[in-house]
Write a protein that binds this ligand. Structure first.
Ligand code: ADP
Ligand code: AMP
Length: 214
């Protein structure tokens, strides 16, 4: 099973991917996470991507599609892939089709997380994660069971993304509206899109996604 989680920044793609990995043993392929790792490691890709990411703009199609291709090549054929934050442009959509074909995979579902745009700024500016394992939290909507201690690994160190500020969020939303939302009709024509209510609480969204996966 190979699926795309589609939705604007803050829709809950990363949160739901983590649940799918845990419940179904799938692999999350997040181009955002891959790029942040490249920035941290100061690889050539990271050095090129950093300023673009800080501005909330899109990194080049070639860079992100190569990251997806390389990661998919390393994935066991029997493990399903969750594409999180990719594809984000029509060109990336075409590149993904070619990459999937190359690796003998097919796209089973595109799950669109439908959210109220007004809620997204609060979701993103309240987002933080465990500095050790990357588990995602929110200042009010999704806090660890024990304050200051990661539910998953017990770490007490947390971090925030440099691009999770109100100004950059506006650019990221606009990039989504202008470049990413227009790729949906092509998937709709293939009959593989399901919309889920991304405004429901995290467990309810997970339930809706599991119902799609069957
Ligand atoms: P994306 O990967 O789509 O950018 P995230 O999964 O990182 O979004 O979620 C953004 C923020 O919103 C995080 O702080 C997360 O804890 C929180 N969040 C995710 N899903 C929900 C939800 N259904 N209800 C409330 N908050 C949520
Ligand atoms: P995300 O973690 O998905 O919110 O992505 C963070 C940032 O990484 C985005 O604002 C872009 O600058 C960059 N990025 C992530 N995925 C892509 C992609 N598929 N195409 C272009 N840029 C991307």
């Amino acid at each position: 099973m190979n699926i795309i989680l589609l939705g604007p920044p803050g829709a809950g793609k990363g949160t739901q991917s983590a649940g799918l990995v845990e419940r179904h043993g799938m692999m999350q392929l997040s181009t955002g996470d891959m790029l942040r790792a490249a920035v941290k490691a100061q690889t050539p890709v990271g050095l090129e991507a950093k300023a673009v990411m800080d501005a909330g703009e899109l990194v080049s199609d070639e860079i992100v599609s190569k990251l997806i291709d390389d990661n998919l090549a390393a994935l066991d054929a029997g493990t399903g892939a969750i594409f999180d934050g990719y594809p984000r442009t029509a060109a990336q959509g075409e590149q993904l089709d070619a990459i999937l074909a190359k690796h003998g995979r097919t796209l089973d579902h595109v799950i669109e997380l439908e959210v109220n745009v007004d809620a997204l700024v609060e979701r993103i500016t309240g987002r933080y994660s465990c500095a050790n394992c990357g588990a995602l939290y929110h200042d009010t909507a999704n806090v660890p069971a024990k304050e200051g201690v990661c539910d998953v690994c017990g770490s007490t160190e947390f971090k925030r993304r440099p691009d999770d500020n109100e100004e950059t969020v506006r650019t990221r939303m606009e990039e989504y509206r202008a470049k990413t939302a227009p790729i949906l009709p092509g998937y709709e024509a293939r009959g593989i899109v399901t919309r889920v209510d991304g405004m429901a609480d995290i467990d309810a969204v997970a339930g809706q996604i599991d119902a799609v996966l069957g």
